[in-house]
Design a protein around this ligand. Sequence first.
Ligand code: BG6
Length: 480
Amino acid sequence: MTVFPKNFLWGGATAANQYEGAWDVDGKGVSTADLLLGGTYDKPRTFTKEVKPGAYYPSHQGSDFYHHYKEDINLLAGMGYKTYRLSVAWTRIFPNGDETEPNQKGLEFYRDVFEECHKYGIEPLVTISHYEMPYHLTEAYGGWGSRKVIDFYVKYAETLFKEYKGLVKYWLTFNEINIGMMFGGYMSLGLPIKDGAAPFNPEMSDEDIQNNLQGLHHQFVASALAVKIGHKINPDNMIGCMIAGNVNYPLTSNPDDVLKAQFANEINNYYCGDVQVRGAYPHFAKRFWADHNVKLNITAEDAEVLKEGTVDYYSFSYYSSNALTTDPSKSEAAGNFSTGVKNPYLKYSEWGWAMDPKGLRWYLNDVYGRYGIPIMVVENGLGARDEVESDGSINDDYRIEYLKGHVEQMKEAIKDGVDLIGYTPWGCIDLVSAGTGQMAKRYGFVYVDRDDDEKGDFSRKPKKSYYWYKKVIESNGEEL
Ligand code: BG6
């Protein structure tokens, strides 16, 4: 008997705009992600209203999965994957978002990908929208700020459910939906931004909060409608939410720090989780809205839809934790998605992310205690630079150590009684970073020969971690 259940879904995860490339091939339209330039740790990515000739847009080539999918799925199968989480590029199916008929070439591509997965017994797990949408919807409608976008999304989701009935059973409606309420106005909600602006906006005014929360409300309604339709088309469909898992610790036992951390966990995790799992906004939402002068347009019909369209399982990403304090003399931690101050008990990655496997156990217990439905960890991993040795090997022991620690903590959580059903580490084959747009920040078990100067031939090579993870899967998490 192993601690992990017999049918545990071991796998890995990618997203179209960071991985597929072929950004303008076979009728694909321009997505919001296609207009983001590459950045670095110190230099934020920026948005351009039009594609500038000669400039570097990482999504345009990604890791060229579009032309490597057979090889890549074969590599995943080589590790014994049971599931593969990938996203569909909305712009391959509806290039502008508001067409009446889908693009057949786009539909064919994903059909081929899903069939290839099934050849090896790999169950696809599909994110319907991962940090991108047709840019036309931003320009012509104002992105998720508009209610009309709900209908476009629902039509897109319905097309996928019908087209891939029998091929795809596991779905996620939106990637890290809670990033929309934090700083992802453009990235997550497709809200218009100025030419040259960064896609993340950490300094949000009350007006920004109003706009983001209204956009987010539209996403909640769209997600709930998609859940309802997805179940109608195929009652076997398992449709989940996906939250960026935020673990916020108080830096000290000062009650002010404790309250600050509690508030951060509520706002960052439960605001969205409660709507999608419980079907209603949580108790603290009203005060939050009042404190920021937010007035949401929520119709009686919306409230009904939210209640009816709750998800079948809860999924989340987990990379690191934050330590929060009310003491202004403490320095801010670095890291493009991190908030708070340095936690003296933890080590940090080169990109400033705290490495904290125990935070994962904490989060699993916390969320399972609140919702009591099956849970999947659909992203986790260490973004790091990899060296190719002179003999061609890539010895990523740091990645193995990071992942091992997290698998151990998942095991503890299962022993605690959490109903954990799957684990798909992020960027299983190297891909472009969402935060910085860099290729240098690698997560994969498989190395892709491509760098930030656009050099490399996209050839693939398993790293040391590839063989480690294969053993983990083979032994159902016993051999770490
Ligand atoms: C999650 C996203 O936030 O974190 C992924 O869902 C992203 O798209 C991942 O790639 C890691 O972040 P980054 O910035 O290192 O790519």
